[in-house]
Design a protein. Structure first.
Length: 447
């Protein structure tokens, strides 16, 4: 099937199909795209109908065959023998090596690892192998071919860092968020002081576009997406005072509006969105670090207080995995922390908070984001070695950094199966932008 004859999937449907191919659940897709799980179900019904499949496995195979999911082959120098994964999965006859390795870019989740353990990946490749055998079957043979047992091995993820065009303005400690495939960078500090500059980056054509500036220039603020709008609460003003304003950007209109102010001024807080609500954790109120937790409902435009954090702190990282929010590291008035605390909004009023395995070393002022069950910690102080935390195994692991140190307060946005990292500080000549993907190596023995 050529690209011209492919069913007409919308950009949103393609985005969901790519996430399905990484093994993401409906709930994980909903959280990533800031839509409801029911909306994901509706999209999946439409997608399955358009492409003529009945299962997620078939949808994944379709996505690979038609280039919707990227499956780059490993260079032959890295293994004794290799093959073009795209050609093989699309039905072309491969060579018959003693063994083969496929590199899959599945940074949104470790689906191959867990699906392999569960047997799902074995089933998928058994189906593919069966199709290949049928297509190569010989009419002269009276004995039906036997399918050997397929054993697979999946490695730990390895990082791939890709440079993108730099942010046109040098903005340190900005807020960053992804929406509909584009990266938005808001506010921060520039050479002349604090800025409200707002930029949009489109990775598809690698272009930056300036947008209407945030009305209140701030640094030490963060952003989340709720119902198609970008919410930026609080932050530090140019004179050092802390803001309680909630400003909201509508990407469709390119305009800013204002919501109900925070219950108290806050900067350097942690922020997350779960089930249509914004959650704000701790931060600096102008005189001390806080352990307050505020929840904001955009429908009623109201704030309410939730169970406080066990550890007061500012400059912590926050990430969402499976409906829970992980608040990691940070500092309490100069004391750098290594704590890792899990907040589950659905358990509010019972046992909302629990402790998890701490950071290997105390760290503050880093960027944090999640891809499926992995939470990434990038940059920071006093150490900036990249780390990821596996929520399922409750363990930490370091991995290779990019060529340029990420420094303090890099801004991170999650787009599809990648993290986009904006590296900015006033001692740099440009605001570098990196894309981080995690690759897994899948070993498939040859016949």
């Amino acid at each position: 099937m050529t690209q011209d004859t492919l069913p007409q999937l919308s950009e949103r449907e393609r985005e969901i199909l790519r996430l399905v191919a990484t093994g993401a659940t409906n709930q994980q897709i909903a959280a990533q795209l800031n839509i409801s799980a029911n909306t994901v179900k509706v999209h999946l019904r439409n997608i399955f109908g358009k492409i003529g499949v009945a299962s997620r496995t078939e949808a994944t195979m379709y996505a690979v065959r038609n280039g919707i999911v990227e499956v780059p082959a490993v260079p032959s120098s890295s293994v004794a023998s290799s093959f073009d994964a795209t050609r093989t999965l699309s039905g072309a006859e491969p060579d018959k090596p003693a063994s083969a390795v496929v590199r899959l870019s599945t940074s949104r989740s470790q689906w191959l690892l867990y699906a392999g353990v569960a047997g799902g990946i074995v089933l998928a490749f058994a189906i593919i192998f069966g199709l290949l055998v049928l297509s190569q079957g010989s009419n002269s043979s009276s004995t039906p071919p036997t399918t050997p047992a397929i054993q697979t091995f999946v490695s730990s993820p390895s990082p791939v860092w890709t440079a993108h065009p730099s942010l046109p303005s040098i903005q340190s400690a900005p807020a960053a968020i992804a929406f509909e495939g584009r990266i938005f960078v808001i506010g921060g500090k520039v050479a002349g002081g604090v800025t409200g500059s707002t930029w949009r980056y489109d990775p598809s054509d690698k272009t930056w576009t300036p947008l209407n500036a945030k009305p209140t220039p701030v640094e030490d603020a963060s952003a989340v997406v709720l119902s198609g709008k970008i919410y930026v609460p609080g932050g530090r003003l140019a004179d050092g005072t802390i803001s309680n304003r909630l400003e909201i950007f509508d990407p469709a209109l390119g305009a800013w509006t204002e919501g109900r102010p925070l219950p108290a001024p806050r900067s350097a807080y942690g922020i997350a969105a779960v089930d249509g609500r914004l959650y704000l954790f701790g931060g600096w109120d102008g005189s001390k670090t806080s352990n307050d937790v505020f929840a904001y409902d955009p429908v009623s435009d109201t704030w309410e207080q939730r169970s406080p954090m066990p550890t007061a702190r500012a400059y912590a990282g926050t990430s969402v995995v499976d409906g829970s929010i992980y608040v990691i590291g940070g500092e309490d008035q100069g004391r750098v922390l290594n704590v890792n605390e899990q907040y589950t909004p659905s358990k509010e009023g019972e046992a909302a908070w629990s402790s998890r395995t701490a950071l290997p070393d105390a760290r503050s002022r880093f960027g944090s984001a999640a891809l499926s069950n992995l939470i990434f910690v990038l940059g920071g102080t006093p150490k900036d070695t990249p780390l990821y935390y596996d929520v399922r195994s409750d363990s930490w692991k370091a991995f290779e950094p990019p060529q340029t140190p990420l420094g303090k307060q890099p801004a991170i946005a999650v787009r599809d199966a990648s993290l986009f990292v904006i590296v900015s500080s006033q001692d740099r000549t440009e605001s570098l932008v990196y894309e981080l993907r995690m690759l897994y190596t899948l070993l498939i023995p040859g016949s």
